[in-house]
Design a protein around this ligand. Structure first.
Ligand SMILES: Cc1cc2nc3c(=O)[nH]c(=O)nc-3n(C[C@H](O)[C@H](O)[C@H](O)COP(=O)(O)OP(=O)(O)OC[C@H]3O[C@@H](n4cnc5c(N)ncnc54)[C@H](O)[C@@H]3O)c2cc1C
Length: 452
């Protein structure tokens, strides 16, 4: 590696460790930024050297493990729909708006197709490569980077960044790189084994940025008392999962999975960020989220009148969850699994063989409250490292959403999961990383051009 030398005009142009744009992090955001920067440079016809530093032996580690190795690369819909479905906090959706319009899901899929990666939409709107191979997406981006003549340094972990004399000095174990513009795309802090240990957050803080403390998101919920072993693996379809803590509560609708340590599945993963923020509260499931308590009571009363001799237990077995209003008999999205019924009965204090006609009013009301608020236990932990993503990161107020340029440090750009947003499951997080990366790449170059 050559040694940098600063002259009155900056770093010597012949210096191999100097670049116009340097990107730290070769994930979805960093690779998109590199490719976008090169395309913009070609368009402008001006010379632009681009270096990407990645601490792993290869870029795209998280893409390769995404979607269980199948890569849910994005979601169906217009940018407005993606923002509404994928980013439930309005300030985050607002922040991502420009990025998702500038480099949309269609743009992403077109780019992948260019490298031969065909994709397909699932009925729930998730988009995957037809091959079911996440590595094909990572490979496509690697190839696009090679075509774009990005100078890549893999197995190259950045330790420190300083800004002096209008330049960024980027220190790794082997060398000091200098750059006119810096793009920080080091991801979040979950799954640290993939390289995301929060280095970028420390770097952003050292440069003057405020960091919102990282917290878990899209993570499983571990309870103080694990669910009964007999329920591990059981899935409840389309329930409402509720957390309450210190007089506050949050709720999410979806499927819920019992695990050996607590809960997972879409409802638990989606609620995990709120659980982490509220501070380990009590969990409940509303097994009949479509109906109010009063409506459900009418149904139970009518059942008692019509089928007095029927055992309540028998009724509950296979009882459709979330039935259409006023019609228990209609087959619906889910049913109360047989294995859960004894727990519903015992939570409500009902004898195993009680019939509708033998059910006293207070017991019926107890059953009603259990069905509407089935206690799942108290949360012990929302493991940050187990989340598909982490919330928190560089404060959004300190980044210009139109360019991804820092409002704190001139010529610094930030993109991807390092930023304080967190999307839902469904391909929204990769799309956000690609989109913010693309916007940063395009604008990093424009910033260079403006400075000339
Ligand atoms: C198991 C799992 C499954 C997922 N599945 C999906 C899915 O199907 N769909 C979806 O939309 N999202 C999914 N996600 C989330 C998604 O992968 C991330 O949100 C997205 O990859 C973030 O992209 P990024 O570029 O911001 O960060 P990353 O992809 O994390 O990339 C950051 C890169 O920076 C590098 N880096 C960090 N520090 C340094 C340093 N000091 N020096 C050099 N390099 C450094 C890291 O090694 C890493 O390669 C999943 C996540 C996980 C963990």
């Amino acid at each position: 590696m050559s040694k940098n030398e600063i002259t009155a005009k900056g770093v010597r142009s012949a210096d191999l460790n100097h670049s116009t744009i340097l990107i730290i992090g070769g994930g979805a955001a960093g690779m998109a930024a590199a490719i976008a920067a090169r395309r913009s440079a070609k368009g402008s016809g001006k010379p632009c050297s681009i270096i990407l530093l990645e601490r792993n032996p290869r870029p795209g580690t998280k893409i390769r493990i995404s979607g269980g190795g199948k890569c849910n690369v994005t979601h169906r819909g217009s940018p407005a729909e993606l923002l509404e479905q994928g980013f439930l906090r309005r300030n985050e959706a607002r922040f991502l708006r420009q990025a998702l319009y500038s480099f949309s899901n269609s743009d992403l899929l077109a780019l992948l197709l260019l490298r031969g990666v065909e994709t397909e939409e699932r009925p729930d709107g998730k988009v995957f490569p037809v091959s079911g191979d996440a590595a094909s997406v990572a490979r496509a981006f690697e190839e696009l980077m090679q075509e774009s003549k990005i100078q890549q340094h893999n197995s190259c972990r950045v330790r420190m960044v300083e800004r002096r004399g209008g330049l960024f000095f980027v220190t790794t174990a082997e060398a000091v790189f200098t750059a006119d513009r810096l793009i920080l795309a080091t991801g979040g802090v979950s799954y640290p084994g993939t390289g995301t240990t929060g280095d970028g957050l420390a770097i952003a803080r050292s440069l003057g940025h405020s960091i919102i403390k990282p917290s878990a998101a899209l993570a499983p919920l571990y309870t103080i008392k694990a669910p009964p072993a007999s329920l591990a693996g059981l899935s409840l379809r389309s329930v409402s999962l509720i957390v309450t803590a210190g007089g506050r509560s949050a709720e999410r609708r979806g499927d819920l999975l019992f695990t050996h340590r607590g809960f997972s599945g879409p409802a638990a993963l989606s609620l995990s960020r709120d659980v982490a923020e509220l501070g380990n509260g009590a969990l409940f499931a509303d097994l009949f989220p479509e109906q109010s308590s009063a409506e459900l009571e009418v149904e139970l009363l009518s059942q008692a009148r019509r089928n007095g001799t029927q055992m309540v237990r028998k009724f509950l077995q296979g009882c459709p969850i979330a039935p259409l209003k006023g019609s228990f008999g209609v087959a619906q999205q889910g049913t109360i699994p047989t294995a859960l019924v004894p727990f519903v009965m015992s939570h409500a204090g009902l004898e195993n063989d009680v019939t509708w006609s033998g059910l006293a009013k207070e017991k019926r009301q107890s059953l009603l409250s259990v069905l509407k608020r089935f206690a799942l236990g108290n949360v012990r932990e929302v493991p940050l490292d187990q989340g598909e993503i982490s919330a928190g990161g560089v404060s959004l107020g300190e980044v210009n959403p139109k360019t991804m340029c820092s409002r704190v440090v001139p010529h610094l750009f930030l993109c991807g999961e390092i930023l304080d947003y967190a999307g839902e499951i469904g391909g929204f997080n990769l799309q956000a990383a690609f989109s913010t990366g693309w916007l940063a790449g395009v604008n990093a170059l424009h910033a260079v051009e403006r400075a000339e």
